[in-house]
Ligand binder design. Structure first.
Ligand code: HDE
Length: 717
């Protein structure tokens, strides 16, 4: 029987063994006077203490005057324990509150020594430790993972010349052009202030009101309404530095750069209806995916790519390279791959690492510098400022997750929670204490800013070169495949259908007319709205920008099922040959699987082998899997046909355009589920074990999109 890889077996087994060993060697169990459980320490084992180190004799009862009398103030153990508990929380991030992190490394594969002195880009093959935190933007810390939202992609590289925080997103542009608008943007998308809902959703009046009055957001809106905003998991999405940065060489000569992270497994998203259901079935879908993948040794990987360009290109480019609502198409400046990012270690403690990590865009090592992008300039203030609030004092760099891993020395001292102060007598410079005087400047290797010449009047004016808000929005839209365009139309219609005020809906459509008339028509029809006049455009729309394949998820999709998850629904007596062949095919594709069965205890297959289940049918709906197989005995299939969770399993897989493999017996379920007449090329009958491998190969594109027009009212309209 092939090993059962669905649920990160290595790590799960390891964890259980560790916990079990500790309990059996360390504790004996006793009953207290009131029947409570005391677990007392065994010889040589770890002993419970207060935070002052005093051993604790009883952790079950407060100190009282008499058995049934009042509690005594003197009980320092109780007071310390509850005091600490009362202060366990720190403020959640004002944006990107919900996130998940992991450790890994960045390995340089192509030296950038020709354009930068940044140490991290010098030596091919060298590895730099990293910590990455992925996040959603709008939801609070306890919100669900599959909100329609931008994803944060923040990378802290602990380089030998200081930490470099590349705090990016999974979308290469942003909503606004000036940091002063960020509080307004975020206020508009967060829950409305009087009612504190909706949570983690942009589908409400305030957001679309702001957007409809902020035409510079239209390019970003196209991305956010595309399937990029509902990624299958962090492992299947791109990351972008968004802004133009500078690389500086040893002579401080500058090259402009844009940073890209490209997932090794290709891009993949879920369907919107699926996202809504995943949020109910497993609100932790994305964090669980990352945790499981790393635990099972299937380390997520991205390539780091750079787009390098000079002043001459910046001058000649049709848009301003400082405008964060614009991309530079890969067709104009190819992405040069220079390294890879591998996440190979889970956090030991979520709070200490993922919650307390403090990313600051201002953290750049020598050789990397900022451009004058007004959003980036504003961010450089905001991130340091927000960390003070969140982490409670200026010494957050003392936390292990934030401390550099290279030597560092300075004269900053004291403050809340100072864990290391400079040693010695000198805490200032210049000083005349000679060798004991502490660290000194290094004009040669130290950080140099690019000596940009700046001039002009002090103004609060948006440059003319930032004024074209629609042309690239259009370019993005026309670069999509038909199914992706449909999804953008569906998303806009859905979101605006949740907006109560018709004038806001209408104003959004008035902008869409500049992006694509058919899109505007589809959305207006979907909303039952009269077509408005086009919004006033500050610049004429350039409607012939060439489509770019790099902008489409489907065109950048995976080549195989690798890294994905098959859900195998089994019943008692299901064909063992088929099951074993499916498992072998999954393993051959380097994918994983889970078994779903009527009982969590599992099923006995036709050959008498017992297979434990990972999920009971109502706990393992098909939305949790990239593709599904249903293998049933005749009696099992009849049972499934009478079970609404099993019917949902099949109809959802079908509606979400998944590839479905099935044994012949399962037709009775399809009949009861109303699918029997709709069986299409995405539904693959398993006549015998040899069909399993072909099924897994057929799953390579992940979805059978041809089905969607047949199952969606919006497509038929
Ligand atoms: Fe952020 N952003 N942001 N942002 N951002 C924060 O910093 C801010 C922007 C991004 O996993 C905050 O530590 C301003 C663009 C990520 O810990 C805060 C502006 C991009 C994360 C902040 C922007 C981002 C943040 C909140 C407009 C993509 C999560 C908590 C000028 C390039 C980092 C914190 C993590 C977090 C401010 C716009 C990405 C308040 C003022 C553009 C991935 O400082």
């Amino acid at each position: 029987m092939p090993s059962h890889t669905g649920k990160t077996p290595g790590s799960r087994r390891g964890e259980t063994a560790k916990a079990g060993a500790r309990i059996s060697t360390s504790y004996g169990e006793l009953q207290g006077g009131g029947g409570e459980t005391h677990q007392t320490v065994a010889e040589g084992a770890e002993r419970l203490t207060t935070s002052q180190g005093a051993p604790v004799a009883d952790d079950q009862n407060t100190l009282r005057q008499g058995d049934r009398g009042p509690a005594l103030m003197e009980d320092f153990h109780f007071r310390e324990k509850v005091f600490h508990f009362d202060h366990e929380r720190i403020p959640e991030r004002v944006v990107h509150a919900r996130g998940y992190g992991a450790h890994g490394y960045f390995e340089l594969t192509d030296s950038l020594a020709d354009v930068t002195r940044a140490d991290v880009f010098q030596r091919v093959g060298e590895r730099t430790p990293v910590f990455v935190r992925f996040s959603t933007v709008a939801g609070s810390k306890g919100s669900f993972d599959l909100a329609r939202d931008v994803r944060g992609f923040a990378v802290k590289l602990y380089t030998r010349e200081g930490n470099w925080d590349l705090v990016g997103n999974n979308i290469p542009v942003f909503f606004i052009q000036d940091a002063i608008k960020f509080p307004d943007l975020i206020h508009s998308v967060k829950p409305e202030p009087d009612r504190e809902f909706p949570q983690a959703q942009s589908a409400h009046d305030n957001f679309w009101d702001f957007i409809s009055l902020t035409p510079e957001s239209l390019h970003m809106i196209m991305w956010v309404m595309s399937d990029r905003a509902i990624p299958r998991s962090f492992r299947f999405m791109e990351g972008f530095g968004v802004h133009t940065f500078r690389l500086l060489d040893a002579q401080d000569r500058s090259t402009f750069v844009k940073f890209h992270w490209k997932p090794k497994l290709g891009l993949q998203s879920v369907a919107w209806n699926e996202a809504v259901k995943i949020n109910g079935a497993d609100p932790d879908f994305h964090r669980r995916d990352l945790w499981d993948a790393i635990g099972s040794g299937d380390f997520p990987e991205w390539e780091l790519g750079v787009q390098l360009f000079d002043d001459a290109f910046a001058e000649s480019f049709a848009f301003d390279v400082l405008d964060p609502t614009k991309i530079i198409p890969e067709e104009e400046i190819p992405v040069r791959v220079v390294g890879r990012l591998v996440l190979d270690r889970r956090v030991d403690n979520f709070f200490a690492e993922t919650e307390q990590v403090a990313f600051c865009t201002q953290n750049v090592p020598p050789g990397i510098d900022f451009s004058d992008d007004p959003l980036l300039q504003g961010r450089n203030f905001s991130y340091l400022d927000t960390q003070l609030k969140r982490l409670g004092g200026p010494n957050f760099t003392h936390l292990p997750i934030n401390a550099p891993k290279c030597p560092f020395a300075h004269f900053q001292q004291d403050g809340h929670m100072a864990m290391r102060n400079p040693v010695g007598r000198a805490n200032y410079e210049p000083n005349s204490w000679g060798e004991q005087g502490g660290p000194r400047e290094d004009p040669e290797r130290g950080f140099h800013s690019f000596a940009a010449e700046e001039r002009g009047p002090k103004t609060r004016r948006r440059p003319e070169s930032f004024a074209d808000h629609y042309s690239q929005a259009r370019q993005f839209f026309v670069s999509q495949t038909p199914i992706e365009r449909k999804h953008i139309g569906d998303a806009l219609t859905f979101e605006l259908s949740k907006v109560e005020r018709p004038d806001i809906r209408s104003r959004v459509v008035s902008h869409l007319l500049h992006v694509d008339r058919t899109l505007a028509r589809t959305v207006a029809d979907g909303l039952g709205l009269d077509m408005p006049e086009p919004a006033k455009a500050a610049r004429p729309v350039v409607d012939d920008l060439p489509p770019s394949d790099a902008l489409s998820i489907v065109k950048r999709g995976p080549q195989r099922f690798e890294g994905r998850k098959l859900g195998i629904l089994l019943t008692e007596g299901a064909d063992a040959g088929l099951f074993n062949a499916l498992v072998a095919a999954v393993e051959a594709e380097k994918a994983v699987y889970e078994v779903i069965a009527p009982k969590i205890g599992g099923v006995v297959l036709s050959d008498g082998a017992k297979v434990p289940a990972d999920q009971k049918i109502d706990g393992g709906p098909s939305v949790l899997y990239d593709a599904v197989a249903i293998v049933a005995s005749p009696a099992g299939a009849t049972l499934l046909a009478g079970d609404s969770a099993a019917k949902d399993f099949a109809t959802d897989a079908f509606a979400h355009c998944k590839f479905i493999a099935y044994s012949a017996e399962v037709m009775v379920l399809f009949e009861k589920a109303g699918l029997a007449d709709d069986i299409d090329a995405g539904c693959i009958a398993l006549g015998g074990p040899k069909d399993a491998a072909a099924f897994l190969k057929a799953c390579a594109p992940l979805r059978f999109w041809d089905r969607e027009p047949k199952v969606d009212l919006d497509a038929k309209a």
